[in-house]
Design a protein around this ligand. Structure first.
Ligand code: C2E
Ligand code: MG
Ligand code: MG
Length: 841
């Protein structure tokens, strides 16, 4: 701070000194010379005026005075100029020199004028003054003027410099002053803050101590009054604290004493109330017990040690119908129903007379005569000498519970839909049949029955129809077996039949026949005539398995074999089934990849119209050249594809490729050719088939009637109404429908009229023997004439000989297909065949 003030004083002193120096300088270099120049100017003017007037003086004395005056003025100017010269020649050397020269010349002229005048040669004096002095005077006067101007200009600039330097110094002075003032204020604030912090600390410490916080330390550093005040206060605090501690100790001691006293009083009090409570509880327990006994929902009997009834409660009276008076003095034997085993009573008495407790179920009779089951618990009541004085019998009515248990047991063992034993009970019975057979050294048969096509009915007509079908099927099964045989539901549409007491495998055959024929008639459910057949697998004990699980597995496998054999049939288990099944699994594995591996192809077999022997259509027949298994016949893999559902994808592939191929033949000059594709029952469920057909007809720009769909009777049998609906919807697409393999199924010719078929393909089985077997001939003839009657075109399949062809022509058959004309050919082969046989489509 002091330094700042010192600096300020130093600067202000500098400013003042600088200002005065500058002032002096200005005075020396500008003001004084300027004044002297002005003085010289006025003096030279006076000299000139005197010179001019001199020749004009007429009076001699006046003239002399004027000459003196001129000399005086010259001398005066000389002196002034000498002074001026002394101190300005270093500042304005050029100008001084110029003035000096001008003055010397002018003084010379002036001397001449004065001499001429003193000689009274006034004209000379006038001439010299006018023509010689005048220009010199003007020159001197101008030089003085110029110097005055220069001094003036310089003085202005010096003045401006002095001013700006002063201004600069003034600003510095101002900045430093402001800084000095701010630092002063800062220092003041710092000082006051340190003071107020310490005072604040002191105040807070006082406040805390005043609030009782004696641990507060009061420490103020320094050696001023505040520190002393803090130290004094700390001493006072210490004193107060030690007093307070003493007081606290005294109070704690007093409190402990009071507590001890209170606890002692409390303990005595609690002991007293516990005793009172114990007594109150004992009384209450007694009351509750007697109430519980009398109001208990279970019946209670108390007898003396001879069994004579002394007490019965309200529940006993309510349940049995006997009043308390009616039973008192009697023994519980009066309730006996005669249904409880004698041994039970014997065990009961032995136990309780030996001092033990007995519990078990007893069937008693009420006053009304009604029987009821009671779960009874009897315990002896002993006195303080451990002698039995009474018996306490507690009985709970369990009649309903027993019925419930029986129901649950039934539900666990019987199928709720068909009321037949379920799988669990069936296995149980099978095991006991096996045990019995083993004992008696006889045989037993297990049949595994699966309904054919049940899944389809369930899916298409709904589960309600499916359920009714299962109930009816169960009834038919039940009615087809012997009373001693067990019919059970294995699950879904699978049933089991267990037959014991069998001598030989063939003993089961009549029952199998009964079972199969039980399914011959359609099931009439919800307005549908549903034909559902059964496939049956049989396993024989002990030949095909010695325990229930093996028997079950083998019968199941045999059932699969029956399915593979065309369904609606039975099959006995034999070990080769294993092999068959694993082959089937292998086949299925490869078939799944047949399309993606491009192993499938189509062969085409011409269908020839008898009229002019023209090829009118070709049948597309699937070929599978399996990489691992070689050529696999469609007879083998088509049923498998159907069972696994792969037929949908494969069938679509066939339609796509057959349509594309047909289009190529159209383009090659056979525009009237049609293609016939085989459709499986599984394919016609759902909308997929319709979409596929429409798409490929459209893509290949084919007329719908150039596509023929061949279907076997199989699909008509299961649900004729649904089959009709589907066939009509397919017909609506414009395609032609052919009934394939006619004669091998069950449908009768008259049945055909219900369906929108266009073509009837007579199975090659009948054509084969047409030459030798009159029955087959008759059948083919009937089919042809019936077909004609219904407006269908007939096609004979499997025509191999000229003779067969002739016979068929005679019978009026419209078209033929068979090796006689051509085996199924690859597309390219068929094309050359068409060319070779010069057929023009
Ligand atoms: P299908 O529809 O009755 O086909 C006619 C079968 O008879 C063909 O057997 C054919 O090669 C054979 N065949 C034709 N002419 C004669 C003959 O003069 N003598 C003899 N002995 N046989 C002849 P393939 O190709 O083995 O087909 C067997 C069955 O496989 C077909 O019977 C058809 O039901 C089924 N199938 C073939 N391809 C397909 C298909 O793409 N889809 C479906 N779902 N089934 C097909
Ligand atoms: Mg066919
Ligand atoms: Mg056929």
């Amino acid at each position: 701070m002091i330094l700042l003030v010192g600096a300020l004083l130093f600067i202000s002193n500098g400013i003042i000194r600088d200002a005065s120096e500058r002032l002096a300088d200005i005075h020396r270099t500008q003001v004084k010379p300027l004044a002297e120049v002005n003085e010289l100017q006025s003096k030279i003017n006076r000299v000139r005026v005197t010179e001019i007037y001199l020749p004009l003086m007429g009076d001699y004395f006046a003239l002399a005075a004027e000459i003196d005056r001129l000399h005086t003025l010259i001398t005066d100017f000389d002196q002034s100029f000498d002074r001026f010269k002394d101190h300005t020649k270093s500042i304005y050397p050029l100008e001084i020199k110029s003035i000096n020269n001008s003055w010397k010349r002018l003084r010379g002229n002036l001397q001449k004028v004065a001499e001429a005048a003193s000689l009274s040669q006034l004209d000379d004096a006038r001439r010299i003054s006018t023509y010689e002095s005048s220009p010199r005077f003007v020159s001197l006067s101008r030089t003085l003027d110029g110097l005055a101007q220069k001094i003036k200009i310089e003085s202005d600039s010096v003045y401006q410099q002095a001013l700006s330097s002063l201004e600069k110094k003034r600003r510095q002075f101002l900045i430093i002053s402001v800084m000095a003032v701010l630092s002063g204020i800062g220092l003041l604030l710092l000082f006051s803050r340190s003071l107020s912090v310490r005072v604040g600390y002191l105040r807070r410490a006082f406040n805390r101590i005043a609030e009782g916080d004696m641990d507060e330390t009061l420490e103020i550093k320094g050696n001023d009054e505040l520190a002393e005040l803090a130290a004094a206060f700390a001493v006072m605090k210490e004193k107060v604290r030690s007093r307070e501690q003493a007081l606290n100790l005294a109070r704690d001691e007093l409190e402990v004493r009071v507590q001890h006293r209170t606890q002692a009083l409390h303990d005595t009090n609690q002991q007293l109330s516990a005793e009172v409570e114990e007594r109150r509880k004992a009384e209450q327990n007694l009351r509750i017990l007697s109430q519980a006994v009398s109001q208990s929902p279970v019946s209670i009997i108390i007898t003396d040690n001879t069994g004579s009834i002394e007490y019965v409660n309200q529940a006993f009276t309510t349940i049995t119908g006997y009043s308390s008076e009616e039973v008192k003095g009697n023994t519980p034997r009066m309730l006996s129903s005669g249904k409880t085993a004698f041994a039970t009573y014997q065990q009961l008495w032995t136990t309780i007379l030996a001092g033990g407790e007995w519990e078990g179920e007893i069937c008693n009779r009420k006053k009304s005569g009604e029987l009821h089951w009671e779960y009874t618990h009897i315990s002896p009541v002993k006195d303080e000498f451990d002698v039995i004085t009474h018996f306490l019998s507690i009985k709970q009515d369990v009649t309903e519970k027993k019925a419930q248990q029986e129901k649950i047991l039934y539900q666990a063992q019987y199928d709720s839909l068909t009321d037949l034993p379920n799988r669990m009970l069936a296995l149980d019975r099978l095991e006991s049949t096996i045990r019995q057979s083993r004992r008696n050294n006889i045989k037993a048969i297990l049949m595994f029955i699966d309904l054919d096509g049940f899944k389809h009915i369930n899916d298409s007509l709904g589960h309600d129809v499916g359920d009714v079908l299962l109930i009816q099927a169960a009834r038919r099964l039940r009615d087809s077996v012997r009373a001693v045989d067990t019919v059970a539901r294995h699950g879904g549409d699978e049933f089991l039949v267990i037959m014991g007491g069998i001598e030989d495998r063939d003993d089961g055959l009549p029952v199998v026949e009964n079972l199969l024929s039980a399914f011959a008639d359609p099931f009439k459910i919800a307005g549908n005539d549903l034909v559902v057949t059964a496939s049956i697998g049989l396993a024989l004990y002990p030949d095909d398995g010695e325990d229930a699980n093996v028997m079950l597995r083998n019968a199941d496998m045999a059932m699969y074999q029956a399915k593979d054999n065309g369904r609606n049939t039975f099959h006995f288990y034999n070990p080769s089934i294993h092999e068959h099944l694993s082959k089937r699994l292998e086949l299925e594995k490869y078939l799944r990849h047949a399309i993606s591996k491009q192993e499938l192809s189509l062969a085409y077999q011409p269908i020839i119209d008898m009229d002019g022997e023209r090829v009118v259509a070709v049948e597309a027949l699937l070929r599978w050249s399996c990489g691992a298994l070689g050529e696999v016949s469609p007879v083998q893999f088509i049923p498998l594809a159907e069972q696994t559902g792969l037929i949908i994808e494969i069938g679509n592939w066939v339609i796509e490729n057959a349509c594309r191929q047909l289009k190529q033949w159209h383009n090659m000059g056979y525009p009237h050719l049609s293609v016939s594709v085989n459709i499986s029952p599984r394919q016609i469920q759902g909308e997929d088939l319709h979409q596929t057909i429409l798409q490929h007809l459209h893509t290949n720009e084919l007329a719908a009637e150039q596509l023929i769909l061949e279907m076997t009777e199989g699909m008509l049998i299961r649900n004729p109404a649904e089959a009709r609906r589907i066939l009509i919807s397919l017909k609506d697409l414009g395609v032609q429908l052919a009934m394939d393999d006619f004669g091998t199924g069950y449908s009768s010719l008259s049945n055909l009229k219900n369906y929108p078929f266009d073509l009837l393909k007579i199975d090659r089985e009948f054509v084969f023997d047409i030459e030798d077997d009159p029955a087959d001939r008759a059948m083919v003839l009937a089919a042809i004439s019936m077909g004609k009657g219904l407006g269908l075109k007939t096609i004979a399949e499997g025509v191999e000989t000229q003779r067969q062809l002739d016979l068929l022509r005679d019978m009026g058959c419209d078209r033929v297909q068979g090796y006689f004309h051509s085996k199924p050919l690859k597309a390219e082969q068929l094309q050359s065949w068409l060319e070779r046989n010069s057929v023009t489509g």
